[in-house]
Write a protein that binds this ligand. Sequence first.
Ligand code: CTP
Length: 399
Amino acid sequence: MGYVLSNRRVILGVTGGIAAYKAAELVRSLTKAGAQVQVVLSEAAKAFVTPLTLQALSGHPVRDSLLDPEAEAGMGHIELARWAELILIAPATADCMARLAAGRGDDLLTTLVLATPAPVHIAPAMNQQMWAQASTQANLATLIQRGITVHGPDAGEQACGDVGLGRMRQPEALQSAIEDALAPRLFEGKRVVITAGPTREAIDPVRYLSNHSSGKMGYALACAARDAGARVTLISGPTALAMPEGVTGVSVTSAEDMLHAALGNIECDLFVGCAAVSDYRPRLVAEQKLKKGQQDLSQIELIENPDILAQVASHAQRPKVVIGFAAETHQALAHARDKLSRKQLDAILVNEVGDGQAFGQDDNRLHWCDAQQTLDLGQASKIVLAQKILSTLQEHFPL
Ligand code: CTP
């Protein structure tokens, strides 16, 4: 993919951590691949790497100040923010992540991130304890939710002597990630509709039937599809998650609401049924709260909910590709194959649930099943699995 970077405009932000010395190597290899690189240093970065080194390697003056009259007279910071096709911050310290998450704009780099329409990537690097800190992890979640792409950190021995997660991803891996990001995207212009989360089926105004679905897998898929260039509609039951930036959200409560939203959005290239739809709902929904002494609450009569995925897959305006998920506690693959054919799906992703697996967790183990094959997508975070699902999809059912 050597040609991808030719003449592409990249801002490399460097913040103050020991890994800043690797920025020099990164600038060198990016420029060697033909990219135009402008380096922006934070104040602390200058303690680790000199502007002169990075200027010599990039062939451009290094920028480090928001209020530098001379630099502003050349290419002002808003102009610089518009110039960039991609901003990569490597290394990104815990402080840098906190400042980005807070939306600060009190130095050049944070201002550029606020002012750019370009995608922003970060390669965090810090001590493993700082990485594990709840505040850093919360900032990470915020940045991902806002559409910032995060590379690493990797595990290993650290400059401070600790061993663990926190090493900056190697320059060559970052370079290939940037090539991928600047290459034509997999789902550019495609329309993707995803159902996610649980549904709630009202019993009375205060009670409902539901399940443990957190919505994390569906939300991760929505982010991955958005990042791959798709226009994404996420039809979500009630979850604790924030609607990802750049995704059209449709909030629903019951299976019937979800069906209505799905049929209203059937004109799409890919439909993914990721929601844990309640299979049944109470036949009658009491208008007032049911009272123990006054009604017999030991039995609730249930009726079956519509099968959203099956209706979408058999619809006259069937999307080009329809895939689903199967949550199974036993004989997972056999049940999944049955659902694949019964619901007329192109593929189904199978996870084993129960014993604390899958539901609500950040990690998952998935198998991909289609009419031809079963593939083990392995155990990974739901974010990584979402990307694997999309690349497997593109390989076997190109949109
Ligand atoms: N699904 C759906 N509408 C339903 C039930 C399920 O769209 N009423 C979708 C889910 O989003 C998922 C797939 O169908 O993609 C399989 O869901 P699952 O709960 O595993 O299967 P069920 O059809 O409910 O079968 P069972 O509960 O018997 O395992």
